[in-house]
Design a binder for this molecule. Structure first.
Ligand code: CA
Length: 229
């Protein structure tokens, strides 16, 4: 649920905004004083700020300026005077939207939703893409630790996933069972190289069409295993 902070000294306006936003499913906090509002905005986790311009303590101009040095969440500025809105636009303090009082609460809610959606897209696009290995019909998402075989997701245990990923990342390289055991299982693990054989069998049952004729993990008799590309 998105959390919104309203910094507004006119309580009736603040309450009206709060009511409408809560009806739309937002969690809303009100702060009447500018200085305390800035303090909370900086120290708590909000998703959007609705900021009045004329406030006791620190005014909206200053809150916007100081807040923007630290955080990127959307700011909607509210003012009774259109001239003030023009002024703050001109100052380039980094507010995302401006609303003149009196305003329609439903329009304010629509703008809040639009800015939150835009911000989420922005944040989402900033994330690095998942690290994916794709070999023929096999898709391994290393970031999400998920595996698909011809589009169908298969469930892997941690060690099965680690072993499959390790082999797939080193195609055409033959590893002995000892090497694989040392790579995948930590020193404290109880077990021996027979564990590797058991895990290879389980992986094959999940990824191979015909386990008797594996197309991904080949057995190199007397040596170990190789991932075929
Ligand atoms: Ca005010």
């Amino acid at each position: 649920m998105s959390r919104i902070l309203i910094i507004e000294d006119e309580e009736s306006i603040a309450e009206l905004e709060k009511d409408y936003l809560e009806l739309s499913g937002f969690e809303v906090e009100i702060e009447n004083d500018g200085t305390e509002g800035l303090e909370r905005a900086l120290n708590e986790d909000f998703d959007l700020l609705i900021l009045d311009l004329m406030l006791p303590g620190t005014d909206g101009f200053e809150i916007c300026r100081q807040f923007r040095e630290k955080k990127n969440i959307p700011i909607i500025m509210v003012s009774a005077k259109k001239e003030d809105i023009d002024k703050i636009r001109g100052l380039g303090l980094g507010a995302d939207d401006y609303i003149t009082k009196p305003f329609s609460p439903s329009e304010m809610v629509a703008r809040v939703k639009a800015h939150l959606a835009r911000y989420e897209r922005l944040i989402g696009s900033g994330l690095p893409e998942n690290d994916i290995i794709e070999i023929r019909g096999l898709k391994i998402d290393k970031t999400a630790r998920r595996v698909w075989v011809n589009g169908e997701e298969k469930n892997f245990t941690t060690k099965e996933f680690d072993l499959l990923t390790f082999l797939a990342e080193h195609p055409n390289h033959v590893f002995t069972k000892e090497e694989l055991f040392n790579k995948i299982w930590d020193m404290e693990s109880i077990g021996d190289i027979a564990t590797v054989t058991v895990h290879i069998k389980k992986i094959r049952e999940k990824i191979e069409f015909n386990t008797a004729k594996p197309q991904y993990i080949e057995t190199i008799w007397g040596v170990g295993y190789r991932f075929k590309v």
